[in-house]
Design a binder for this molecule. Structure first.
Ligand code: SDX
Length: 428
């Protein structure tokens, strides 16, 4: 017997179906609400509104649970390779050895980008924000692969676009970084694994080979896995919305990059490091900054804290915090920023303001400290988030298309001026 809710409106009582997900989440299906009642719902910021039914990622904000296709995030972060997780998110199952090797080999064949892209990247000022260049560069990939513009492409063509994006993003990111430094660009070396190849392209110099530290590769692999998807977050919803108009995958991912750039979303990892550096420069008085974060007249927020869904510890933050300690110890780095972060975390977690609002460290709070230990500049942090999130965005776009979802077009409640006649300028 399917559940229903009754909506009493005027003289009528309407019955609306309740759907139940595989993790017992419940939702009122309002697909017929306006036709039956003339009413729409209003939920600014979609805090209570589901946009879709999805099989990709499950998270429970109260219990701090995060699963990719049913697999707990801590197990994947501990045991999996990032490309293995990318395959899982995109195709729904963990690959067997043959499937994994085939996927990796296809990616290796597409790590180069058209040489014209160099002129494109070097045309930017050195201090251009990397997210702006990356979004433009990813969208411009569609110009080199016009067949990707076909909204009804064959599965093979769609898979090729997926492989191209995953293969080329590390090269694009590394070239953007090298442009900002005025260094020569490095080409991918395909005998290297995905993370090692990225680090090589980022940090090798013609004068000396970059020594690829296994602990750094392991940490990067873990970070990319932890960022790989997060159900209907701002940028994933953007990718689905843009894709719902049958825009090509490159354009949809570029839109996701733009949404992630915001300081309330993926841009928070850069903001966290800048905040910690500011607190350090200010003498490390964490209590003063906690007070600022609580002061409604001060627009300072404790970046890296709070989450729309997690009202408990973000499970990713716990794993990244442990990885932070491990990486810095292995690299023999003592970064006072980490001490400030831990002090800030402790102060916030014992403060009523944060406790009442269930504000805990999120994925962005510690990730920047590891990126800093990897010598990745702070302005590249959000680009690193995009590198990790790419498979999740692809999976969300693919699912939306496979479900044949209609073009996204929310309603609104109009609260503006009612009908009035034009007034000639002379009479205004
Ligand atoms: C990501 O959605 C996802 O899944 C995103 C993400 C992913 O993987 O895709 O997890 C990645 O974006 C993580 C979040 C990174 N952003 C930050 O760290 C920026 C700082 N945090 C926030 O601005 C905020 O917590 C949000 C944006 C994350 C969530 O905002 P909500 O859900 O809209 O909550 P809110 O802004 O309405 O805040 C509720 C209350 C408010 O106070 P009151 O009006 O009740 O008095 O909590 C306060 C806020 O002022 N608050 C904070 C705070 N975050 C919320 N106060 C101080 N410092 C903060 N960080």
């Amino acid at each position: 017997m399917s559940e229903i809710v009754e909506l009493k409106y005027g003289e009528n009582v309407y019955k609306l179906p309740v759907i139940t997900g595989t993790e017992d989440e419940k939702a009122i299906n309002i697909a017929k609400l306006r036709d039956e009642t003339g009413l729409i719902t209003l939920d600014t910021g979609y805090k209570n509104t589901g946009a879709t039914s999805s099989s990709i990622t499950f998270l429970d904000g109260e219990k701090g649970i995060l699963h990719y296709r049913g697999y707990p995030i801590d197990q994947l972060a501990e045991h999996a390779d990032f490309l293995e997780v990318a395959y899982l998110l995109i195709y729904g199952e963990l690959p067997n050895k043959e499937q994994f090797d085939s996927f990796v080999n296809k990616i290796k064949k597409h790590t180069l980008i058209h040489e014209n892209t160099k002129q494109f990247i070097t045309s930017y000022p050195a201090n251009a924000h990397p997210m702006g260049i990356l979004a433009s560069a990813v969208c411009s990939l569609s110009s080199f692969y016009p067949e990707s513009l076909n909204p009804y492409a064959e599965k093979e063509d769609e898979d090729l676009t997926i492989v191209r994006l995953i293969a080329k993003l590390p090269t694009l990111i590394a070239w953007i970084y090298k442009m900002s430094k005025g260094h020569p660009f490095n080409y991918p070396v395909n005998k290297l694994d995905y993370c090692s190849n990225f680090l090589h392209m980022m940090f090798s110099m013609p004068t000396e080979e970059y020594h690829i530290e296994p602990v750094v590769v392991e940490a990067l692999n873990k970070l990319l896995i932890l960022h790989a998807d997060h159900e209907q977050n701002c940028s994933a919803s953007t990718v689905r919305m843009v894709g719902s108009s049958k825009a090509n995958l490159y354009a949809s991912i570029a839109a996701g990059i733009c949404a992630l750039w915001g300081p309330l979303h993926g841009g928070a990892n850069q903001e966290v490091l800048e905040m910690l550096e500011k607190i350090k420069a200010d003498g490390g008085d964490t209590k003063k900054w906690i007070a600022k974060a609580k002061d409604k007249n001060d627009n300072f927020r404790l970046m890296g804290f709070g989450h729309r869904v997690y009202k408990n510890f973000d499970p990713r933050a716990k794993i990244i915090k442990a990885a932070c300690d491990h990486v810095l110890a292995k690299l023999g780095i003592h970064d006072p920023i980490l001490d400030i972060a831990k002090e800030l975390e402790h102060a916030a977690l014992t403060d009523d303001y944060f406790i009442e609002r269930k504000l805990y460290p999120n994925v962005d709070f510690y990730s920047g400290i590891i990126y800093k230990a990897m010598n990745i500049p702070v302005e590249m942090f959000t680009v690193m988030f995009a590198l990790g999130r790419l498979p999740g965005w692809i999976a969300q776009w693919k699912e939306m298309n496979e479900n044949k979802e209609p073009i996204g077009r929310p309603r609104q409640v109009y609260v503006g001026k009612t009908n009035r006649d034009y007034v000639p300028m002379a009479k205004r």
